[in-house]
Design a protein around this ligand. Structure first.
Ligand code: ZN
Ligand code: ZN
Length: 284
């Protein structure tokens, strides 16, 4: 069965995707209880700490009274986050800027990523750039709500067909990095999205079994070779003929999402789309 993304994306995005949904039964589950409990515990501790230390905006340090749910970012700084706008690259949704008339960005023309398409809500610029850094490296996990809300708004604004997906899969961290950080930022975002759209989150099938150098330290070419072979699939039958939405915080070259998509497809997955909070600008 063929499905179309409901609306032309960026004026020229009408990728056809194949829904291979068959009659096979699968065992997709909602997030593991430990993830929910740890999130609730963190929220509780955060609430208590806010009684003693009133929250301040993580960007400009003003007293954040306007957002009692504690996103950590004041309304003015939230409004300063640059949203991703058309014209989009037809493959990865990267803003094409002045390259009107181009269909694909330079990254997609050079590398031909293995995912079918990628959607990204924001541009990777300050203040969001700094916030993502704190989300990943400074335990500012309360930002997941603001970030997920921004991704949800993007899906709704462009009427993107998220209903085609059978499972949401966060891009995993290696066990070493997971231990260092204590959480996977992609999983926190995926959890919020899974709840919003009532799509099961499948967090244990895709594994990052190779501990690689951080992609952020490498140039474009090195990123593609560094990530090669980093992912494996745990149980092939759970992903066969399923349409998967990979979720991550950032898409740069697309190398990590592409390698994860390649492995999912080699395990028999159908359409593999990608949803990230932010995307870098096209290289000049
Ligand atoms: Zn602020
Ligand atoms: Zn692209």
């Amino acid at each position: 069965m063929q499905l179309l993304i409901r609306r032309e994306f960026g004026g020229n995005f009408n990728t056809k995707v194949t829904n291979n949904q068959g009659d096979e039964q699968h065992e997709l589950t909602y997030p593991a209880p430990d993830v929910r409990i740890s999130a609730v515990f963190k929220d509780l501790m955060q609430g208590l700490s806010h009684l003693v230390y009133p929250p301040h905006c993580l960007v400009c340090s003003t007293h954040d009274t306007a957002h009692p749910s504690g996103s950590g970012v004041c309304p003015a700084c939230r409004a300063a986050i640059a949203l991703n706008r058309p014209p989009f690259c037809r493959k990865c949704s990267r803003y094409l800027g002045s390259h009107i008339g181009q269909i694909h960005c330079k990254e997609c023309r050079n590398a031909k990523p293995s995912f079918d398409f990628a959607w990204s809500a924001c541009l990777y610029e300050d203040p969001l750039k700094g916030l993502i850094h704190r989300f990943k490296y400074s335990q500012k996990t309360q930002l997941r709500r603001l970030f997920a809300d921004t991704m949800i708004s993007f899906i709704k604004e462009y009427d993107l067909d998220i209903g085609q997906f059978d499972a949401i899969v966060p891009v995993p961290l290696s066990s070493t990095r997971s231990r260092e950080r204590g959480y996977n930022q992609a999983q926190l975002l995926a959890l919020e999205l899974a709840k919003e759209f009532s799509i099961p989150m499948e967090e244990n099938q895709l594994r990052r079994t190779l501990h690689t150098a951080p992609q952020s330290l490498l140039d474009e070419k090195q990123r593609w070779t560094n990530i090669k072979g980093a992912f494996t699939i745990r149980k092939l039958k759970n992903l066969r003929r399923k349409n998967i939405l990979l979720v991550d915080d950032l898409l740069t070259t697309g190398a990590t999402a592409s390698e994860a998509a390649r492995v999912l497809k080699s395990a028999g997955a159908g359409t593999v789309g990608v949803l990230t909070l932010a995307i870098t600008a096209e290289r000049q």
